[in-house]
Design a protein around this ligand. Sequence first.
Ligand SMILES: [Zn+2]
Length: 333
Amino acid sequence: MKSFLFLIFSFTIISCSSKTINDYTKDNLDFYKEEIQKQGDIVVSSMALASRHLHDIAWKILYNNSKLCGENTITAFGIMVGERNDLPSNLKTSYSILFEDNFNKKFNNFPIVVSVAQSSPAEKRGIKEKDIIISVDGNETRDRIRNLLSKASYKGSLTLKVLRGNEELEMEVSGTRICGYSVQPLISPFPTAYADGSKIFVTLAALDFIKDDSELAFLIGHELAHNILHFQGEKVGEENFLPISVEDKPEIRRIGDIFIWESQSKETEADLKGIEYSYRAGYDPHSAANYFRRLSTYMPELIEGSVFNIHPGNANRAYNLDKVAKRLKKNNN
Ligand SMILES: [Zn+2]
């Protein structure tokens, strides 16, 4: 049903925007191009902003539940890195405009720190968002940042040389163990989240829809439960946590994954474990039920039943989540 709605949505938008570049005179062509640039900048900066928001919450969840991830843990530092090549050709200029330092052109095309997670080793060592990464362990980073970060993760520590304003700074960071599942934003008009065994995607619409961090923590917890309990996916290293990639999306990596969507009991299990994972990371468990209550204002047909009976009804989910929330709080008092 989602893809059907998406088609209608896309068609409506496309059919209203049939003006071509030929309709613009030389005079207003510049304005038109400026507008294209402006909208590209909005796309890339929205992704960066969404990644920062997700990263802070995801870090706490992936760190505090790392014991449950078994072999799928990684050594991480708490940074999400972006580079020009993460973007399709029509958005590459936005990378320069948003992240590069025009006074230091010799460092153009270098990777940047898009996000530093709260209370991560990187934050404690003073690494900042928008730092341009010049070298990792003495090696120049242009075009090989992901390779260098991967090596550093196996080693357990790294020395980062960054450019901040006119200053070059060097910082040494020791890694810590977290679950190796990247949490990234996904461009989509539907307020939902996906897991594919290796990554977790939260849509930009979900980030707009969600009221507080505890609700978002529950959503991430729910998808983490799918990755831990239901999928046999491979972990991903922190170097492949992609904060500005607009093209990265969930993959059906194994055919068995498809059948998970048919199981109500697995959805219920992901709900109940998800609330525990987010609570362990310090989030209010009573927020979880609110997500489903408000989701019903978008889709009242989900209050009792669900599309193709893939998921339990929202009333049922909120009821069960509130029961667990009360139990968790009671056990803690
Ligand atoms: Zn689910």
